[in-house]
Design a protein around this ligand. Structure first.
Ligand code: DX5
Ligand code: ZN
Length: 229
């Protein structure tokens, strides 16, 4: 199974975000992950469409835009216009989730549904046929640098098994929060095939080497935990 590695720009030097985007691309990242926070859905405020536009102007790898917004439906157009390659909304958001995902899809952009640590896996099942990816939070969203929450592991497995049952073989299952060498492999075993990592990659001495290691180890162990009950 091919796996995807996405550095999160939230952990880059905010005095040089363009440099952070370039570093991710040059280090072999598959995509750049951008965390958008509104100070309402989550207690923090991060970046807006202008930072996505800057990334679009600076790098050619896809921009994976994670909307931590109470009303994501009101901002899809702005982020699409800024060059988002995929837009992920939370299942806990206050909007018509299905209509919002359809809006994203109609713009020719990949769509994703995101699920918080305290939400049960089956909350996203009805949206699986509508999306390209599911983003499973392994921390409470809002801040980088938090510790991985292992309660995401059975959730990854439940979503991957459901996707298999529905014949959705191309569905990407992503995990976000506290990802490092060890936690990435644990998630891969349970069916995750895309990994967002902020602190681990941006604070490493050699991002390219760490990306390559993450890719190899997750491809090797992908799905090994799906066979056991
Ligand atoms: C958290 C964000 C994450 C964050 C991950 O709200 O959604 O993408 O940047 O950061 P690390 O890898 O440092 O946990
Ligand atoms: Zn994120």
């Amino acid at each position: 199974m091919k796996t995807y590695i996405l550095p999160s720009l939230l952990a880059a030097d905010f005095g040089n975000l363009a440099g952070g985007a370039v570093l991710a691309e040059k280090s072999g990242a598959d995509e750049l992950h951008l965390d958008i926070m509104d100070g309402h859905f989550v207690p923090n405020i991060s970046m807006g469409p202008d930072v996505v536009q800057m990334s679009t102007n600076t790098i050619s790898i896809p921009r994976n835009v994670h909307l931590m917004l109470t009303y994501p439906d009101k901002y899809v157009e702005k982020f699409a216009d800024a060059g988002a390659s995929s837009i992920q909304i939370h299942v806990e958001a206050d909007c018509d989730i299905k209509a919002c995902l359809e809006d994203i899809n109609q713009r020719g952009i990949k769509s994703g549904i995101t699920i918080n640590p305290d939400t049960a896996a089956d909350a996203v099942f009805e949206y699986l046929p509508l999306v390209d990816e599911v983003l499973c939070m392994s921390v409470h969203p809002g801040y980088g640098g938090q510790s991985f929450m292992p309660n995401v592991l059975p959730k990854l497995k439940a979503i991957r098994l459901k996707a298999n049952e529905l014949g959705l073989d191309d569905l990407r299952i992503m995990v976000d929060g506290g990802i490092n060498r060890e936690t990435a492999v644990e998630c891969a075993r349970m069916g995750a095939n895309a990994f967002v990592a902020g602190t681990f990659l941006f604070k490493s001495d050699d991002m390219a080497e760490e990306i390559e290691n993450l890719r190899k180890s997750t491809e090797l162990d992908y799905g090994k935990g799906l066979l056991t009950t």
